[in-house]
Design a binder for this molecule. Sequence first.
Ligand SMILES: NC(=O)c1ccc[n+]([C@@H]2O[C@H](COP(=O)([O-])OP(=O)(O)OC[C@H]3O[C@@H](n4cnc5c(N)ncnc54)[C@H](O)[C@@H]3O)[C@@H](O)[C@H]2O)c1
Length: 394
Amino acid sequence: MTKPLPVALIGQKFMGRAHSNAWGQASRFFELPRPIVMDTVAGRDGAELSAFAARWGWRRATTRWQDIADDPTIELVDIGTPNDVHREQALAMLAAGKSVACEKPLAGTLADARAMRDAAKKAKKAKTFVWFNYRRCPAVAFARQLVREGRLGRLYHVRATYLQSWGGPATPRVWRFEKKRAGSGAHGDLNAHIVDMARFVTGDEITEIHGAVARTFITERVLPAAEGAGIAKGGRGAAKTGKSDVDDAVLFLAGFKGGAVASFEASRLATGWQNKNTLELHGDKGALRFDFEDMNLLWFHDETLGPATAGWRRIMCTSGGNHPYAGNWWPDAHVLGYEHGFVNMAADIVKAMSGVEPEVPLPDFADAYETQRVLEAAMLSAKERRAVKLSEVK
Ligand SMILES: NC(=O)c1ccc[n+]([C@@H]2O[C@H](COP(=O)([O-])OP(=O)(O)OC[C@H]3O[C@@H](n4cnc5c(N)ncnc54)[C@H](O)[C@@H]3O)[C@@H](O)[C@H]2O)c1
């Protein structure tokens, strides 16, 4: 009889839903070495929590996340809370001998991220994972395969953008706009993903930030309802406002160890784009491009075909047996969406927890710390208006 894997989750909102769905679906679409037990969910809003647990299939619910650390039956803890609490929660779980799957960015600050990496290293038996879910889009994992097969040859360019537009002046000052809670704005939220994707697909590491700019366009926002929106400040009907002290956009240029030059751009004010997470690579033998808003497609240009027939080829990455994960889902071109990346990742985590190495590598705390170093170096570059070598950021 295979030993079940009891999982607990902290956080019951956006990622709480995405992760609950993933834990619930993984064993329906993948043959897993161990059955998943969705044991406990922890959240702060007790009134909503029982309904959340019932809806998504959690056996128990608690408003004290520390209960999970105290429960010897839980093996894996999934953290889907704001960035400033990742450290405290991850360290408590690792100290209790549990494995941890934490949301990205690993933390709001490099110091927190370092403490998490070090605690993971010390906790010998525990495994760690970070939810860089875009690695698990079939098109992104397939792009990595093509690069590894040498289909791009010598890499010249890496061009990544993550453009959203939800952060306009009318958007309330939720935790994502508070530096002490989020660490940064678009940078840790969006650049974290594309830096991870670029490192993952190229298999190469960034060694220098050549220059960067970070900009906060909107410095004051209406407070969310719970914090006083709608409460008169000066006159009747005026909503209370609070400071928004994170970047709305961060752009930077970087160099890879292997010689490629790279540009990264993240914004929450890119009107017209909603979730335009793109990666483009150009090498001497070929080129690739991916855009999450068309996430089932990978575009490949084979330079070796010569000028008469070379050109962008549209690859629908849904062919079972040919494209990563595709065989676990639907027939060709019965397309996948946002939630499938999380389901694919939950399945891979269960494999890793059972001693089976997934085909698509999973980022652990040490790996996510390397992404966090790149983010830190880019912010330092923007602040001091200079090039920053990664070796300066330990
Ligand atoms: N992988 C992705 O694509 C992706 C997408 C969105 C968010 N995220 C990351 O997921 C994390 C959560 O983001 P979200 O969008 O789900 O936020 P959210 O605001 O929707 O939900 C946060 C949850 O954490 C709970 N919480 C807040 N403070 C807490 C505390 N001190 N102790 C216990 N629980 C607490 C809240 O009650 C809520 O349930 C962040 O690190 C974020 O960067 C990742």
